[in-house]
Design a protein around this ligand. Structure first.
Ligand code: NAP
Length: 236
């Protein structure tokens, strides 16, 4: 049974991916930032673990335990994410660096470590969750958009490095998906945003999970280095 590692599996899109992968019969390691979050994951059949991508020691400890337990990661879904929105003139160094740490450094750290296992197995699938913000830009999200654009460029470069070993790596860029991350939009803002979406609604986490699942399947074996958009037509 292949093992999938999904970061940020405790809520939202990551949780939907974890449930989808359990249903597909994978062994699933899912992360949360707290012991309580990890315990909730374990209750639903996921191997729940604590990981804070904003903390290098946490990444080291998480990975050391994974290796001690003899886990071999075949599928990696870099999904964990945060926002620290502010306009550039008011953005603190911390708001900038938190975003770079969680999205860009976190993706690099876990890709590098998982790849060593995938190269040995001569097979692997990596999906990096990006965002439509990387392509469109977004006022108040320069940090987030820059990190996600970095994730997409990283994805292409890594795809070129490891393609010959039957390892594919793609990015998935959602538009507005109904999760805690988009809950901050008040009603008026949400109505305005929905008018901009040709399908007339926010997406559901399960719809993103379906796409991720397809990209990890054998049916997607000739797709690598791509950013696949899923946004109800918001960005074309
Ligand atoms: P969410 O519901 O807010 O869930 C975020 C997940 O990331 C949680 O599992 C959270 O763990 C984890 N996390 C937060 N900080 C972390 C850290 N420092 N280290 C490790 N894990 C951390 O978010 P979501 O909407 O599902 O977003 C998932 C991904 O999709 C993100 O990369 C996001 O940027 C991207 N995305 C989302 C949307 C959208 O509309 N929702 C659109 C485009 C892209 P805890 O539960 O322990 O806090």
């Amino acid at each position: 049974m292949k093992t999938a590692l999904i970061t940020g599996a405790s809520r939202g899109i990551g949780n939907a991916i974890a449930l989808e992968f359990l249903e597909k019969g994978y062994s699933v390691i899912g992360t949360a930032t707290t012991e309580a979050g990890a315990a909730e994951l374990t209750k639903i059949g996921v191997n729940g673990r604590v990981l804070d991508l904003n903390n290098v020691d946490s990444i080291d400890q998480f990975w050391q335990k994974l290796e001690e337990d003899g886990e071999i990661v075949s599928l990696l879904i870099n999904n964990a994410g945060i926002t620290r929105d502010n306009i550039v003139l008011r953005m603190s160094d911390e708001e900038w660096s938190d975003i770079m740490n969680v999205h860009l450094n976190g993706t690099f750290q876990l890709c590098k470590r998982s790849l060593k296992m995938m190269l040995k197995s001569k097979w692997g699938r990596i999906i990096n969750i990006s965002s439509a913000s990387a392509s469109i830009g977004n006022r108040g999200q320069s940090n987030y958009a820059a990190a996600k654009a970095g994730v997409e460029a990283f994805t292409k470069s890594l795809a070129k490095e490891v393609g010959k070993r039957d390892i594919t790596i793609n990015a998935v860029a959602p538009g507005f998906i109904s999760t805690d991350m988009t809950q901050n939009n008040d009603g008026v803002n949400a109505d305005y945003l929905i008018k901009e979406i040709p399908l007339g609604r926010f997406g559901e986490p399960g719809e993103v999970a379906n796409l991720v699942s397809f990209l990890c399947s054998e049916q997607a074996s000739y797709i690598t280095g791509q950013t696949i958009h899923i946004n109800g037509g918001l960005y074309m």
